[in-house]
Design a protein around this ligand. Sequence first.
Ligand code: ATP
Length: 322
Amino acid sequence: MSEVITIGEPMIMFVADSEGDLKDVVHFTRYIAGAEVNVSVGVARLNHSVSLISQVGDDPFGAYIRQFLNKEAVETGLVTVNGRYSTGFQLKSKTEVEDPKVVYFRKGSAAAHLSAELIEKMDFTGAKILHVTGIFPALSPETFDATLKLIEKARTNHLMVTFDPNLRPTLWKDEATMVARINQLAGLCDVVLPGFREGKRLTGRTTKEAIADFYLNNGAKTVIIKLGSTGAYCKRLRSDGQVAETQVSAFHVDHVVDTVGAGDGFAVGIITGILEALPDDQVLERGNAIGAIQVQHISDNEGLPNRNQLRTFIEKAVSKSP
Ligand code: ATP
């Protein structure tokens, strides 16, 4: 099994070629989206082995997704093809002044019908980290169940479990259900990675320290809070019972093209930093670097750096800083 395992829904993403209301856009460019796909691609580009668990339809979208993942060296042996359902897709508006508008066509998709049976049969030998987001479990009762089973199995097999809440309110029945379910999953994971706004929404607390304490008291061992252009903050329960706090500033970005996908890039930095046993400040620095690279790209994964690109980005930024 690969070092990193994740579960999620890859989708075709059509990005508008021109600005304005999506209903008026005539031409789109095709990309691939999905938080867990972005994370898998980023982890693979940094030369760590990674497997994606998913399900696509027996259609051209599904075929293209599998081809894309193979090209990116993401292990696809656990991406099943199910001809009874379609592969999901999404439309994304073009804008440089605010967050883009994203419209999803994923209800009842092949991924939403992924069965937990596949997970029961999986062999976790050699795997080190399971990465889960709050998107996949929101797709259907089956995917919530599959996610829970996967986390339980990972814990039994002593994998570290990282969790990005990645809130998608439209996928949940209501706000209260979303908050309860996401916090239930977060409580089963070792490392919780909320954005600051997400953390406030999920915990009702208003400071990064208080949000971190909420998750530490709920079962997590490390909480890393994404602070957008400010950087990131980490609070960790050390093995000696002491609490360690670390904050690292963001990299300067001259021109933000698209903020979507920054959190996934950040997760790539955290996961690979942990795999390489980097100290906390370097783990956060790597997360910040990949997040900053991501906001400069319109695709959610094409800009993800390889090792050389990441090193060059960090070195350049450090040499420019006063
Ligand atoms: P997403 O929109 O992908 O869900 P998020 O809300 O989870 O993102 P953000 O805090 O927006 O996460 O961004 C993740 C990380 O990316 C930040 O912690 C920071 O390191 C980096 N980042 C985001 N925006 C900027 C920016 N404008 N300049 C520099 N770095 C940024």
